[in-house]
Design a protein around this ligand. Structure first.
Ligand code: GLY
Length: 575
């Protein structure tokens, strides 16, 4: 895939990264959002955003930049950035066409329906479970997805090697740890510490890191160097694949060389909806995100939320009831469309939303046990990080990818520096029993060899009535992602907020079961909570944060405005 000499490219790339690191050309707006006239990258690590902008400045397009950002996050944001996981990339090209790439992990061939259930029929805990250790991983899709995106939508002006190299250099030379990352490693010391490679790399062999220390990842640098030289397929068929399969076989894992060789990323048709004339584009199954988002928006469209005001109990009540119904449908109907009949088209029909809305009482919370799934028309024939990129030609990428829990399965594959996902827990390890997010899921999402687990990742692009790109948004946070993206869209469309305010505003989350209305700290007055409780909503004793989002808005003059959630780290950088 390399299209020019490695040494000269290496020097140019290094200079570009260094220049980008010292350049800060975009202006900050009063709300904290960042403005840029040409291009914008908004990700959860400043170094990754800088690398993305440097690719744009070298003539790369938004897809080129998104790939470089994704690989860089695997180095500097190890709790979620990855090459050992998978995700979804939503693309609007410069002509205005939409595409999506599904690079979700796949269950290994040896994974069967009851693999995470013991002889008593109970879910296995600890080693051997769907949440931690070698068995918890699905076959990673990230590099295959990036390779597909590069070949289909890359500009052709930047070589594959140039996209991987900045991340490889960061892994080799190291980067300075923030207080947040140093503390996060320590808070995961018990689980990371059980796996020798994870302990050696992320816990400094048990001595722990402090803010200001430099984290070098030479094994990961060598893996990235192979991917830089030989392309993404190296991960699936080369030395890296052999190292993964060997470590898996030695430790009771399921992934084999054959599983890796057979992994394929897929192009899927994005899911489309409308909300008060704005067009909504998002990810189809095996993500539940796009379907649930559009179903909720359809339910809410009939209410005048603008008049109710964004932080009234009456509005929160209606939003929670829409969430309750869409999550009940998620549990029943959604799964990998390559394996199950998934009535996605029926679930996003406006007429179907009317039937769901008819069961909402504006003066009383429903009981989740009585609100089951609806009856959509039959099937037709479908810890995480989100980042967004918009280039000078308007090409837009919304990418969400994940290794599931923070630090995934906690396992780092020996000799590779690759931290693996625990995405097998996104399957219904036992249909009808809650997973790590408390989500109840059905047979359509049971474990099967080669199947992709249902996801909540919701990369979204919203267009104005005239078809121009208005904003892109996505989030991290399991099922709370869907709620965060929904409320960001409501805040912009109904309440005229700019992208920063829309992302920062307080949020709620309801996922049907458990029947609890989660609300965030600081954002809710006791009066509002009293009214919500009086309506019958079950409020938890303690508030909790509802995901963290990033987004980019394009104003009417074409200025790109990047926003990072005040709930998390990151940087929007434009030029
Ligand atoms: N791993 C979280 C999700 O995909 O929803």
């Amino acid at each position: 895939m390399s299209r020019s000499g490695p040494r000269s490219i290496q020097r140019v790339a290094l200079v570009a990264v260094i220049l980008a690191i010292f350049a800060w050309p975009a202006s900050a707006s009063p709300s904290g959002a960042v403005r840029g006239r040409n291009g914008m990258v908004a990700s959860q690590h400043e170094l990754a955003s800088q690398i993305g902008v440097s690719i744009l400045k070298q003539g790369g397009n938004a897809v080129d930049a998104a790939i470089a950002v994704g690989i860089a996050l695997a180095v500097v944001y190890p709790e979620a950035g990855n090459i050992g996981g998978g995700g979804f990339m939503l693309i609007r090209d410069a002509k205005g066409e939409f595409y999506s790439i599904d690079y979700r992990e796949m269950a290994p061939a040896a994974a069967t329906r009851d693999i995470f259930v013991d002889a008593n029929g109970d879910l296995i805990n600890g080693e051997g479970s769907s949440t931690v250790g070698y068995r918890a991983s699905g076959v990673p899709g990230t590099l295959a997805g990036f390779e597909l995106a590069y070949k289909r939508f890359g500009s052709g002006r930047i070589s594959w090697a140039e996209l991987v190299r900045p991340a490889r250099i960061l892994a080799e030379r190291g980067f300075v740890l923030s207080d947040r990352l140093a503390r996060l490693f320590i808070s995961y010391a018990d689980s990371l510490g059980k796996y020798p490679e994870s302990k050696r790399i992320f816990l400094n062999g048990g001595n722990y890191f402090s803010e200001g220390d430099v984290l070098r990842q030479p094994d990961l640098a060598r893996t990235l160097s192979r991917v830089e030289r030989f392309g993404a397929r190296e991960f699936y068929t080369g030395q890296t694949a052999r190292l993964i399969a060997t470590d898996m076989a030695r430790n009771g894992g399921l992934i084999t060389l054959d599983d890796l060789r057979k992994y394929t990323a897929k192009e899927r048709r994005p899911i489309l909806g409308t909300y008060r004339g704005a067009q909504i584009v998002s990810m189809p199954p095996p993500s539940s995100g796009g379907v649930a988002l559009i179903e909720m928006l359809n339910i809410l469209e009939a209410y005048d939320l603008r008049v109710l005001k964004y932080n009234s109990a009456a509005r929160y009540h209606l939003v929670a009831e829409a969430m309750r119904r869409a999550f009940a449908d998620r549990a029943e109907f959604l799964g990998d469309p390559d394996f199950a009949d998934v009535p996605a088209a029926g679930l996003i029909e406006k007429a179907y939303a009317e039937t769901r809305r008819a069961t909402i009482d504006p003066a009383r919370a429903s009981d989740s046990l009585k609100i089951g799934a609806g009856r959509p028309a039959a099937a037709e024939g479908n810890d995480t990080t989100h980042y967004s990129v918009i280039d000078k030609d308007g090409m837009t990428v919304a990418n969400t990818y994940t290794i599931n829990d923070l630090y995934g399965s906690q396992v780092t594959i020996k000799g590779t520096g690759v931290l693996m996902n625990d995405e097998m827990d996104d399957f219904a390890a036992r249909p009808g029993r809650p997973n790590m997010f408390g989500l109840i899921q059905g047979e359509r999402n049971s474990v099967q060899p080669g199947k992709r687990p249902l996801s909540s990742m919701t990369p979204a692009i919203v267009l104005r009535k005239d078809g121009t790109t208005w904003f892109t948004v996505g989030a991290r946070g399991g099922p709370r992602i869907i709620s965060a993206v929904l409320q960001t869209i409501l805040n912009v469309v109904d309440h005229d907020m700019d992208i920063q305010a829309a992302i920062d505003s307080p949020r709620i989350h309801h996922q049907w079961l458990p029947d609890i209305l989660t609300y965030e700290p600081y954002g809710f007055s006791p009066d509002t909570l009293t009214v919500l409780a009086a309506l019958g909503h079950k409020l938890p004793e303690r508030p909790g944060y509802v995901a963290s989002a990033t987004g980019i808005m394009v104003d009417l003059k074409g200025v790109r405005i990047g926003a990072i959630d005040s709930r998390s780290d990151g940087a929007a950088i434009g030029y």
